[in-house]
Ligand binder design. Sequence first.
Ligand code: AMP
Ligand code: MG
Length: 326
Amino acid sequence: MFYQQEKQVALQAVSAAAQLCEQVRRSQSSLAIAKPDRSPVTIADFGAQAIICQALAAAFPEDPVVGEEDSSLLQQPEMADRLAQVTHYVKSQVSSATPELVIAWIDRGNGKVSKRYWTLDPIDGTKGYVRGDQYAIALALVEEGEVKLGVLGCPALPLDLERPDINIGTIFVGVRTQGTTMTSLSGGQSNLIRVAKSDRLESRRLVESVESSHGNITLQAAVAREVGLDLPSLHIDSMAKYGLVARGEAALYIRLPFPLSSPQRENIWDHAAGAIVVEEAGGRVTDMHGHPLDFSCGSTLNNNQGIIATNGEIHEAVLAAVSKLA
Ligand code: AMP
Ligand code: MG
């Protein structure tokens, strides 16, 4: 079986990062700091990136990592306390951690897209994380522009949305040609998951962002209606949305630009792990024009507009609805 070592290392690293994130959230140190682009970051984003980059550096020293965070904010003199906090939490997972090593590990995540690379979002959905809602730790391996492995840790996601109070914490793993599995973050059996046929009642819905500014909500709702998804939409933060499509709790995750002509492009780390999780569960993922996502052209999806992830069955109908209504 290909990618077994990559899978083990990635699973272990994402699980350790998930523990750190939950520990920080429980201790209520998960206050957001504003980055220069005004997006939020917390000490857990830095800690998770440090843990995962350290593990990848040890196992695959040649592989670049293209991650969301860098250490420049943490290195400012007035941030010394935060750096000490990050180091404290990283140390609980990697005992050799020092402030200097933590900085170096975080910045190992500032590699370039190349023939083979990893891409990492240490906390996707930081706004959800800070609010106490859903978030994801997302790590993917890309070779020749194609995602080969994706690990999506969702520490606040129950194994079954119908039973929201038990088995909280889910990890999804998709490996090219080997399927997608789902496991509880607290351990136990891994099960292969599949997307659901659209006639399954509970999957007849769309899942989209909580943040209305992250998509084109009017058009997204119109597309869902056009293809017959008649249940109320689910609103969930982060790439956990891909997990819901992969395990049949929604038939469609749609993310359209607003305005449609917006020059802004999606980040690779916001989609790589989720896309393979859906594809290997039997679904389809393209942009709004039906083009495959192109992970070979830098840290953003420059050749793609919008994201459509479906159970496969309704994909062509969704593309037709988008082109009719957009
Ligand atoms: P979600 O949890 O689905 O709302 O997605 C969170 C991701 O949205 C973050 O990782 C950001 O990279 C991304 N994001 C931030 N602002 C925007 C925006 N205006 N449009 C689309 N995505 C955005
Ligand atoms: Mg993100």
